[in-house]
Design a protein around this ligand. Structure first.
Ligand SMILES: Cc1ncc(C[n+]2csc(CCOP(=O)(O)OP(=O)(O)O)c2C)c(N)n1
Ligand code: SF4
Ligand SMILES: [Mg+2]
Length: 286
């Protein structure tokens, strides 16, 4: 690796941005396996926050439990590392008490959709101004590779040794149906598009979901013969179709594909704004 002196100015500028938002060195190395997609998502979040000119104090990151959910330990924002599945409940309290802060929830497929499934649908329903970044690696990474609500049918995990007999959730469809007002999908292969989606989601007023397809090569990759981190990224590339291309394809052709890009957006009233309107109307009536 190049030393700080050997780095070209452009590279140095990029690494300075990353370092600006990371906690001091004693928090590193991270617990993540080498090549885990979580690192790609973390750097995309940093670039997005920097692009928006937000200071570390303007952002609160809230997480539950899981490999993914350890991210607030490494990022130097105000942070709440809460209990499994409860990140959105804590985040709702933060946003309601301090509406001017940007609240980002980082969550895994297990955290958001299994134990936290109820909090997920109700946060969407309220359309509260929280940006949820759901890292979907198709598995419970932290606890050793158990199946999650997004594990595809027939896929292997430590709890589905004969293949998964269940159907999996599509978190984007679920969020849209439950009332979220911004929904996008990306992958850790598509880093610039991921950064753009996070910028849009943070800027959007209302509940936003960015689903990021990510590699857990240690469990999902190994159990399903998807190879190492690099092989999984190639698989993500082949599996993804942009929204523009998808609009020209037949439903049968899209069956095994991930559509990446902005999937849904509307401008319905956000929860804190709606609440304030009701308070003002009631006080005006007295
Ligand atoms: C109440 C409770 N139940 C179960 C657990 C064990 N547990 C910790 S993380 C986890 C699953 C994490 O999976 P996911 O959210 O997909 O995150 P990943 O590790 O894949 O990033 C489970 C079941 C826990 N910590 N607390
Ligand atoms: S177990 Fe999987 S999700 Fe967890 S750090 Fe390793 S590769 Fe990432
Ligand atoms: Mg997971």
């Amino acid at each position: 690796m190049a030393t700080a002196e050997q780095q070209k100015p452009q590279e140095k500028q990029k690494s300075d941005i990353i370092l600006k938002y990371l906690r001091p060195k004693k928090k590193f190395p991270s617990v993540w396996c080498a090549g885990c997609g979580n690192g790609v998502v973390m750097s995309a979040i940093i670039r997005a926050v920097d692009k928006l000119g937000l200071s570390r104090d303007e952002v609160v990151m809230v997480s539950g439990i899981g490999c993914t959910s350890r991210m607030p330990i490494y990022l130097d924002f105000s942070a709440l590392h809460t209990t499994h599945g409860r990140a959105l409940a804590f985040a709702t309290g933060v946003k309601f008490a301090k509406p001017n802060l940007k609240v980002i929830v980082i969550t895994g497929d297990g955290d958001a959709l299994a134990i936290g499934g109820n909090h997920f649908i109700h946060a969407c329903r309220r359309n509260i101004d929280i940006n949820a970044i759901l890292i979907n690696n198709y598995i419970y990474g932290m606890t050793g590779g158990q199946g999650s609500p997004t594990t595809p049918s027939a896929a292997f995990s430590t709890t589905t040794p004969y293949g998964n007999a269940e159907k999996n959730f599509d978190p984007c469809k679920l969020a849209e149906a439950a009332g979220a007002s911004y929904v996008a999908r990306s992958t850790v292969y598509h880093a610039p598009q991921l950064e753009k989606a996070i910028v849009e989601a943070i800027t959007h007023r209302g509940f936003s979901l960015v689903e990021v397809m990510s590699n857990c090569h240690t469990y999902y990759g190994r159990l399903n013969r998807r190879g190492d981190a690099v092989s999984m990224l190639k698989w993500f590339k082949d599996k993804s179709v942009t929204t523009a291309k998808a609009s020209r394809m037949q439903p049968e052709e899209l069956q095994d594909k991930w559509i990446v890009g902005t999937l849904y957006q509307d401008d319905k009233t956000e929860f804190c704004d709606e609440y304030q309107k009701l308070v003002d109307a009631r006080q005006g009536a007295k």
